[in-house]
Design a binder for this molecule. Structure first.
Ligand code: VG1
Ligand code: CO
Length: 540
């Protein structure tokens, strides 16, 4: 094998955000762009030399081309063995499972997750470390720093390999195992849940649909729900991965999964997953389960699933996620951690055994079985719970709220706002924070107003500027932060939470109950006024 060194100019802005490097496809298609980032990865992650690497993506446009490029760079950089998902596919949770099951030193997942795909859409690349989880900030920073002064990449001259044939291959002396992308993950899920009970439920006249949104989860759902659990094929919607996700937006929330939402009145349960299979949406007839509530309900019912029958060690949630999980942790006498947005912040807590379950308001929930959020895991957990309790989803929520109180919750996104406008809005709130304590919103006194900073309890690393928060004791919170996954302008996310202990007031309209908090946010940030929009672009 002869290694070729190709001269390169650094590209600006190869800085991973909340979850990997995401850019427009056309940016990734510039000659040398993907190579520069991947070479920066190999230059900084020394354990990959002579090591094992998992590789796959969500099947979006440019996935297959990127796999071939990365394989050549991996061979030139001395990677010994690549575990490649057949067809170049691996969902994010499956990649995590593969890294862990095969003791790989790391993994590359090609995905921009819920961002739209296709030639005009987005592409992305994420690096996961040996624990199976997203690279922590120290690693992504090192890669970014290297990308700024990189002057060459290493590759080999070799023909493309056949991505679709299962089995062994070699490329310039590097071993490639083309693996079933589903097998490791499905086998792991089977150890956690009561498949017999779920099978009985699915054969009891239970009406369910799973929406793969033409993204990567289709084949995973087919294997587990249809092949292993015997559900009819008709349970699956949009289960074939397509490079442009069928023109849709593979973001599982009620705003983007219209087809499934439309079917819900006639179903007992609906679920969907996102582009790379790490998010989940849970629906019952007449109810969309807020992801924050979902984490709390799973934590409260964890012992119903065999994998968690002995109880859980603790719970963690991202800062903007509602405090519903905290209420459960308190009653169960468990530790509860509040981390910045992004799954990478859960890794140390999971590795240290301090938590078993964790979740984010952005439709992400998972456990210590992998180091990523896991869409199908959440769906199976809910099915396990429903199989044991045999109650409608809405009743399970109502009962949960009676026991723990309800945290009314909503997120409002102003997408692709002009960057200067978004920054000015955030700056105004930041400036106002010190003067807010002591004032009140709808009779609720503001007790704390700050910019969230996090000190990792395991390694002591500090992450600052993680979101502006206005807190009214236990009663309410308003949070504002800028998205770190967008590829156009700036997206401002506003998060609203309001606690209600009185069961007689737990079935109100969510937006109506949050209105004073929403009005407060507008008075401080002026997003409608500044952007000239009538309201947020997406409400979840
Ligand atoms: C968003 C979510 C965050 C999630 C991240 C990646 O980030 O808010 O909770 O971890 O997406 O999810 P941001 O910075 O845009 O708010 V995924 O499924 O798109 O990898
Ligand atoms: Co995702």
């Amino acid at each position: 094998m002869s290694i070729r060194s190709v001269a390169l100019q650094p590209f600006a802005g190869q800085k991973p955000g909340t979850s990997g490097l995401r850019k427009k496809v056309r940016e990734f298609q510039q000659p040398g762009y993907l190579e520069a980032f991947v070479q920066s990865l190999f230059d900084t992650q020394a354990d990959l030399k002579g090591g094992r690497l998992a590789l796959g993506g969500d099947g979006r446009y440019f996935n297959r081309e990127a796999v071939q490029i990365i394989l050549r760079l991996a061979a030139a950089n001395g990677v010994a063995h690549v575990l490649l998902g057949q067809g170049g596919l691996l969902s994010t949770p499956a990649a995590s499972a593969v890294i862990r099951a095969h003791n790989a030193q790391g993994g590359i997942v090609l995905s921009a997750s819920h961002n739209p795909g296709g030639p005009q859409g987005d592409f992305g690349i994420k690096y996961n470390i040996g624990n199976g989880g997203p690279a922590p900030e120290a690693v992504t920073e090192a890669i970014y720093r290297r990308s700024q002064d990189i002057d060459r990449y290493l590759t080999i001259d070799a023909a493309d390999i056949d991505l679709d044939r299962l089995g062994e291959a070699t490329l310039g002396g590097m071993r490639i195992s083309i693996i079933d992308p589903v097998a490791d993950h499905a086998a792991l899920l089977q150890t956690l849940f009561d498949f017999d009970a779920i099978r009985d439920l699915l054969h009891s006249g239970f009406r369910m649909r799973f929406d793969g949104m033409h993204a990567v989860t289709g084949p995973y759902a087919r294997r587990v729900l249809v092949d292993m659990l015997g559900a009819p094929e008709s349970l699956l919607l949009n289960a074939v991965p397509l490079p442009d996700f069928g023109g849709g937006h593979p973001d599982p929330n009620p705003a983007h999964a219209e087809e499934l939402v439309g079917l819900m009145p006639g179903l007992d349960f609906g679920a969907a997953s996102d582009g790379d299979g790490d998010r989940n949406m849970i629906l019952g007839p007449g109810i969309a389960v807020s992801p924050s509530d979902s984490l709390a309900v799973l934590a409260a019912n964890a012992t119903l699933a065999p994998g968690y029958a002995a109880g859980i060690a603790g719970i963690a949630r991202s800062m903007p996620t509602s405090r519903a999980a905290d209420a459960v942790a308190k009653q169960l006498g468990l530790p509860c951690f509040e981390t910045p947005t992004g799954w990478k912040f859960f890794g140390n807590l999971l590795d240290a055994g301090r938590i078993t379950l964790c979740g984010e308001e952005s439709y992400g929930t998972s456990s210590n079985h992998v180091r990523e959020k896991d869409g199908l895991w959440a769906v199976l957990f809910w099915l396990n719970l429903l199989a044991k309790r045999r109650e409608p989803v809405a009743n399970i929520l109502a009962q949960h709220w009676r026991q723990f109180g309800r945290h009314y919750y909503s997120r409002h996104d102003y997408e692709a706002v002009e960057t200067a406008t978004a920054q000015a809005a955030m700056a105004d709130l930041a400036k106002a924070l010190p003067g807010l304590v002591g004032r009140s919103i709808d009779g609720m006194a503001i007790t704390q107003a700050d910019d969230f900073a996090y000190t990792d309890p395991i390694d002591g690393s500090v992450s600052k500027a993680q979101g502006l928060r206005v807190i009214c004791g236990e009663a309410a919170r308003v949070i504002a932060r800028l998205s770190g996954t967008g590829t156009e302008g700036a997206t401002v996310r506003l998060y609203f939470e309001r606690f209600e202990a009185d069961p007689a007031r737990q079935q109100d309209d969510v937006q109506a109950r949050l209105k004073p908090l929403i009005d407060f946010a507008e008075s401080q940030l002026g997003l409608r006024r500044r952007s000239g929009r009538a309201g947020p672009d997406v409400v979840t």
